[in-house]
Design a protein around this ligand. Structure first.
Ligand code: NDP
Ligand code: 2IT
Length: 455
């Protein structure tokens, strides 16, 4: 666990299972953190339904069905050979083929892939669509690499991965460092090796070669649709709300776009080198041009908007006063000190666009401070849900309109929101989106596992 984290007690049977998870997965702090958060919610479930303990379904859920680690050799533009490590953790296929993104970032190791794969099981269950949970990636750092280098890396990565995936087996997609360009190179190599145009093997494809409309926008739009439901539940809307969004990648950019469409004002966003504060509201056309076309830095945005925008390096984006905070960059980016600052500044809602961006201690403080908190496995499920819609379109060799697909996404996010609240009510913790998401996701997948026998 992270240093300084307050760890709430688990019921003894779950504490024993948690200790076993730590023991069997040593050094994988992020996986322990993700498992602990789910276990905290499961106390109420096993008290009501002890068969989830008796059948060992929780113990089974914590052990991935299959874990693949492989060498990825590639050559840079200067002819130098590099070796990276590739991962795919196929965690659970009770509900459908393994499904989840690939992350290319130097921080990737087995513990990161496992935490993401574990979260993905419950997230995918919450969508109500037939997808299991998985995650993969590599410690490859795409920053500063040429197109040719990225292509050769992707081709080498797929040269091993192809034998483990397939439209009925395991369907990867993007995550940090993996967007449309990388999915293209990965799909091209899969097609070449297998001699099959198997569109349903990857999602996040380009619109001309099997991709779905709205998939690029889906995670960011989905988070904002989820928050719209949270606001509506209090009789409020985005109109005139000040919003802070961390990150400036795929999720952040489209969260900003939808907040602006709904009348909110996004006053700050960031990348790993700092954040930009723009009182007039982020200029999204400029941000997209810098981030999506030039693959530039947030500093380039600040330089181009010198009149209104301020670049802050070495600070915390959560110091910027906001009604709504959307962490959309990476894990554990919103810590206890940030939660205190958000509360002091009157923030009312925190919704996770990223996976596990809020530390356990920060979540506790936000709850105690009366801030409504939506966990990533519910709030950012729009990305993978739209991936499942892409799989549906591929299976039927069809292509849906933007409006139809966006409406499906909005309906799915409303359904997830309502199910979280309904489940939280049912288990005696009204308004607790974390418990609602964990319990609804868990019971859905655990019931399917039990129906399939001891496998
Ligand atoms: P991108 O690679 O498009 O963007 C990531 C953004 O986060 C960049 O601005 C990046 O800054 C910043 N960032 C990444 N790592 C760090 C770090 N260690 N410290 C500070 N900033 C960092 O990724 P996505 O937008 O796709 O993913 C963002 C988050 O959303 C991740 O947690 C991902 O798991 C989650 N997510 C993504 C989904 C998707 O469909 N893409 C679906 C659901 C969740 P810099 O460029 O400087 O590194
Ligand atoms: O974390 C996530 O849900 C994703 N990166 C998207 C996964 C997917 O298969 O679309």
């Amino acid at each position: 666990m992270c240093a300084g984290v307050i760890v709430p007690e688990l019921v003894p049977e779950l504490q024993e299972l948690f200790d076993e998870v730590v023991d069997r997965n040593r050094g994988e702090a992020e996986f322990h953190q993700a498992a602990h958060e789910v276990f905290e919610s499961l106390g109420r479930v096993v008290a009501k339904h002890p068969h989830y303990l008796d059948t060992e379904v929780i113990r089974r859920l914590c052990e991935p069905e299959r874990q693949i680690i492989f060498r990825v050799p590639w050559t840079d533009d200067a002819g130098q050979v590099h070796i990276n490590r590739g991962f795919r953790v196929e965690f659970n296929s009770a509900l459908g083929p393994f499904k989840g993104g690939l992350r290319f970032h130097p921080s990737v190791y087995l513990g990161i892939v496992k935490f993401l794969g574990f979260e993905q099981i419950f997230k995918n269950a919450l969508t109500g669509l037939p997808i299991g949970g998985a995650k993969g990636g590599s410690d490859f750092d795409p920053k500063g690499r040429s197109d040719g280098e990225v292509m050769r890396f992707c081709q080498s990565f797929m040269t091993e991965l192809y034998r483990h995936i397939g439209e009925y087996t395991d369907v990867p997609a993007g995550d940090i460092g993996v967007g449309g360009r990388e999915i293209g190179y990965l799909f091209g190599q899969y097609k070449r090796i297998t001699n099959r145009y198997e569109s349903g093997v990857l999602t996040g494809k380009g619109l001309h070669w099997g991709g779905s409309r709205v998939r690029t926008e889906a995670t960011g739009y989905g988070v904002v649709f989820f928050v719209r439901e949270m606001l509506a539940a209090r009789g409020e809307s985005f109109e005139g709300r000040r919003v802070v969004v961390s990150g400036s990648g795929n999720v952040a950019v489209y969260a900003i776009e939808k907040v602006q469409e709904l009348g909110g004002i996004v006053v700050a966003c960031s990348d790993s080198s700092g954040y930009v504060f723009d009182e007039a509201g982020i200029d999204l056309t400029l941000l997209k041009e810098i981030k999506e076309e030039r693959r530039g830095r947030i500093a380039d945005y600040a330089a181009a908007r010198a009149g209104t925008a301020t670049l802050v390096t070495g600070g915390r984006i959560w110091d910027v006063p906001a009604d709504i905070a959307l962490p959309c960059a990476t894990q554990n980016e919103l810590e206890a000190q940030d939660a205190r600052r958000l509360i002091a500044n009157g923030c009312q809602i925190v919704a996770e666009g990223a996976n596990m961006p809020t530390t356990p201690e920060a979540i506790k403080l936000l709850n105690a401070g009366g801030v409504a908190f939506a966990p990533g496995k519910a709030a950012n499920a729009g990305g993978v849900a739209t991936s499942a819609l892409e799989m549906q379109q591929n299976a039927s060799r069809d292509s849906w309109s933007f409006e139809h697909t966006e409406q499906r996404l909005a309906d799915i996010m409303r359904d997830i929101h309502d199910r979280c609240l309904h489940t939280a009510d049912e288990y005696g913790v009204p308004g607790d989106y974390v418990a609602g998401a964990n319990i609804a996701g868990f019971t859905h997948v655990a019931d399917a596992m039990l129906a399939l026998g001891v496998i």
